[in-house]
Design a protein around this ligand. Structure first.
Ligand code: SAH
Ligand code: SF4
Length: 384
């Protein structure tokens, strides 16, 4: 209910942000080697360059500095040169909602006219941040709200990292060790298909994993994919993060409809890639429970038959409805019966408790507010 929602709508001044100044170099999202190269171009001598990179890295990702002037361990002249030619990415915050269960959703502007959502899910002794990798999605899974949006843009590494940095700012979770409990896990399950934007996603996650900075260990990161088979192996080899597979159906004919990327890489090819995944014990199969569509006992039995031999978890997700969705969630009894078959086959099969439902922050409901409005209602569009 709307009245239950503690909603803050904080428009940043002027809905349309000025075009970012491309002459200024973004420091967030660059590798250490790229930062060293920037310093070289700025005339920093070779003997001090590596130390300066270490210091800047520490300020950016350990202390959360959003302003070069705060980097007080750097010599004043270097600070002045950096302030003149460099920028430190923070997405603009367009809106902030807090659910009755503590879940927070931030609508973030990563570029003019481009917004994504990030969701923070707190628990007693940990907190997960669900981040986006694309504005919209090029895929059209029929039960997913984001899937009704066109793909507007692939996020760059700094825009992906920017979501983590804003969350840390908002949670007061800097420097890193103190903040680690509030924001301990990253799930790449927001808007978009990460493996269709893998270069920027992998780069951002590598930076997030760096022990001298944000320091998320690979075991605290999970990347969810609808099944971009050719990129699954690289995800394991290069990152070693946990993998969540959006399976949702056990027959190709049905999965072709629910998760259309199945027409390109079918269930057998997807499971084959899972069997070869270097961190196969870190795979979760996600299965959205759709009433009368994919939720029979026979489906459950076929599910356990298909994934036999993979030391995976199964995650049953009650379908989260969104306005106009063509599905309903399976009944609690049906979900229990389905789960019982999976559990009997030896899989721990937690049914995911939806979080943040009252603010449309649950899995697969993310779609930016500006997209939800009719075009004529969108800020800035009327004049266009
Ligand atoms: N594109 C990636 C990651 C984002 S979607 C992927 O598809 O895996 C994150 C998870 O939410 C996926 O498992 C997706 O299938 C699921 N999901 C999408 N819409 C949903 C809905 N309405 N209810 C429940 N889960 C949903
Ligand atoms: Fe895209 Fe994932 Fe939604 Fe499918 S479920 S439309 S891949 S975001």
């Amino acid at each position: 209910m709307r009245s239950e929602i503690d909603q803050e709508r904080r428009e940043i001044p002027g809905f349309a942000l000025p075009e970012p100044d491309r002459s200024r170099l973004e420091l967030i999202g660059r590798t250490r080697a790229e930062l060293a190269e920037t310093l070289r171009k700025m005339g920093e001598p070779e003997r001090t360059r590596a130390m300066r990179v270490r210091q800047i890295w520490h300020w950016l990702y350990h202390r959360g500095a959003a302003d070069v002037a705060k980097m007080t361990t750097l010599p004043a002249d270097l600070r002045a040169r950096l302030a003149h030619s460099c920028a430190i990415m923070r997405p603009g915050m367009v809106a902030h909602q807090r659910s009755t269960d503590g879940t927070r959703k931030w609508l973030l502007r990563v570029a003019p006219g481009q917004e994504v959502e990030a969701v923070h899910i707190p628990e007693a002794d940990r907190g997960a941040l669900c981040i986006s990798t694309q504005v919209g999605c090029s895929l059209t899974c029929s039960f997913c709200h984001t899937g009704t949006m066109p793909l507007v843009a692939n996020l760059r590494a700094e825009q992906i990292l920017g979501q983590i940095l804003v969350a840390r700012d908002q949670l007061g979770a800097w420097p890193t060790p103190q903040g680690a409990r509030l924001l301990s896990h990253i799930v790449v399950m927001g808007m978009g298909e990460p493996l269709l934007n893998y270069e920027a996603t992998f780069k951002a996650l590598r930076i997030a994993m760096d022990p001298d900075g944000l320091a998320f260990p690979a075991r605290r990161i999970t990347l969810s994919t609808s099944g971009v088979v050719p990129k699954i192996e690289a995800c394991g080899r290069e990152l070693g993060v946990g993998l969540a597979i959006s399976l949702h159906a056990v027959r190709d004919e049905l999965r072709d409809q629910l998760v259309p990327i199945n027409r390109k890489w079918n269930i057998a090819q997807l499971l084959d890639a899972c069997r070869r995944y270097p961190a196969a014990d870190r795979i979760t199969f996600e299965y959205v429970m759709l009433d009368g569509v994919n939720d029979t006992d026979a489906d459950a039995r076929e599910l356990v038959r298909l994934i036999r031999g993979i030391p995976a978890k199964v995650n049953l997700i009650p379908f989260n409805p969104w306005p106009g969705a063509p599905y309903a969630c399976s009944s609690p009894e049906r979900i229990r019966a389905f789960a019982a078959i999976v559990v009997r086959a030896g899989y721990a099969s937690p049914v995911r408790t939806p979080r943040g439902r009252d603010i449309l922050a649950a899995c697969g409901q993310l779609k930016t507010a500006s997209e939800r409005l009719r075009p004529s209602q969108r800020p800035g569009r009327a004049a266009a």
